[in-house]
Design a protein around this ligand. Structure first.
Ligand code: SF4
Length: 411
């Protein structure tokens, strides 16, 4: 709950917020993840380890936070609205997929379901059929996605994932093309991006499923062997000392060694972590607490890990100032270059005026055989906009004045 919701003293508001909060908590369900899911395929399985966790540790994944649940629920509602609209207003024949049924590929332990299938009949009686996937997005995203390339090359990996998701649905249905139907959350506006089926991409997705299945099977095999080792340990501990001499322990030790060899031959247990990625590991991965991606830094000599808010805020501010100072250097160099417009041999000081309020005074200083410039920049707006600024006379010439109010040059 946010602060306003927590602080209210009104009983009606309290009751409302408490029910709302209860509803959100109930929506945080975690479902079994025994197969690879088409809806999870983002960026062609960028972190294989995460996909293996999906299958072996799905019960331990962190519950989604409240804000994410609110976004999901809003998305589901939008999907209902879009479905009703295309059926009622556009008269599209639309078969919405039964949420409890999946398209399955048993061999690759892969399953998924698109939102539906739409059929539009043209005036001359032709039936146009497409698999439909509804994407309800903010107005900002709606504006940036214009073509299929915008999806494939998006800087957001979850947008790039739309393409692989579409390929999965088409592959599982053995049909194409698919239309990503983007709906703006801001206003009644739609955008259709048609995605043709690419069998090569689909086969690469299936190959990844195979790879994940291989890791999953291996992981469970290792756990089974570890359990056998544990059982052996318990048996060994229960052998009375006077029976050890009959060689019972020797047999157990040999068996234990054989199990250890078998485990070692199967290792590693999990695919490597990807290089730490703020968006994927830091913000999106449900398994970061199990995976401990920060361990990567430990192997690279991590000595200190500050987690307090003050330190985090200071680091953020440092980053902001750093990028601002980099930008400052670019413009400062440009200003310095302006100083080269006059000859320091004949004129020790000069001014440059930019617009009606920036006055830069350059003073030349001699260093051995060359000159360098010291500059002062004044913003006349900040100096209460004086009426006149006098420029130094050129050798033997006239002085020049600028009247800023009327902005005309006088000689
Ligand atoms: S925390 Fe990062 S490395 Fe670990 S599983 Fe998640 S995405 Fe992969």
């Amino acid at each position: 709950m946010n602060n306003e919701q927590l602080e209210t003293q009104d009983p009606f508001e309290q009751e409302f917020y408490s029910r709302y909060n209860e509803w959100i908590q109930n929506e945080k369900q975690i479902y079994p993840h025994e197969w690879n899911r088409a809806s999870d395929i983002y960026d062609a399985f960028r972190c294989l380890r995460m996909y293996v966790y999906n299958r072996i540790k799905w019960k331990e994944q962190g519950a989604p936070d409240d804000e994410l649940v609110k976004v999901w629920k809003k998305g589901e509602e939008e999907e209902d609205i879009v479905t009703n609209y295309i059926q009622d207003k556009l008269k599209m024949t639309y078969y919405r997929w039964d949420q409890s049924k999946y398209l399955s590929d048993e061999k690759h332990r892969f399953r998924g379901r698109p939102d539906g299938v739409g059929i539009l009949k043209t005036k001359d009686g032709q039936e146009l059929r497409r698999i439909i996937d509804i994407k309800s997005v903010s107005g900002n995203i709606f504006g940036t996605i214009r073509t299929l390339d915008d999806i494939i090359n998006s800087k957001h990996w979850w947008h790039r994932g739309y393409y692989y998701q579409a390929q999965s649905y088409m592959g599982l249905m053995e049909e194409g093309p698919l239309v990503d139907l983007f709906s703006s959350k801001q206003k009644k506006d739609f955008k259709l991006i048609t995605i043709p089926h690419d069998e090569g991409v689909y086969q690469s997705i299936l190959a990844k499923c195979e790879e994940i299945n291989g890791w999953v099977d291996k992981y469970f095999k290792i756990q089974e062997l570890k359990r056998e080792k544990e059982e052996l340990r318990k048996v060994a501990m229960n052998i009375p000392a006077d029976e050890e001499k009959f060689g019972k322990l020797d047999g157990i030790e040999a068996e234990d060694e054989a199990l250890t060899d078998e485990i070692n031959a199967l290792l590693p247990e999990l695919p490597d972590r990807i290089e730490y990625d703020t968006a994927l590991c830091g913000k999106s991965c449900k398994y970061k607490d199990i995976c401990k991606p920060f361990e990567i830094f430990r192997s690279q000599g991590l000595k200190l890990h500050l987690t307090d808010e003050v330190s985090i805020e200071k680091a953020k501010r440092w980053e902001e100032l750093k990028s601002a100072s980099n930008e400052f250097k670019i413009y400062d160099t440009w200003l310095n270059e302006l100083g080269k417009v006059y000859d320091p041999e004949t004129q020790p000081e000069a001014k440059v005026l930019i617009g009606s309020n920036y006055v830069i005074t350059f003073k030349a200083r001699k260093r051995k055989d060359s000159y360098y410039y010291v500059k002062e920049v004044a913003n006349l707006d900040e100096l209460n906009k004086p009426q006149k600024v006098s420029f130094p006379s050129e050798a033997g010439g006239k002085s020049t004045h600028v009247i800023f109010d009327e902005f005309e040059l006088m000689e």
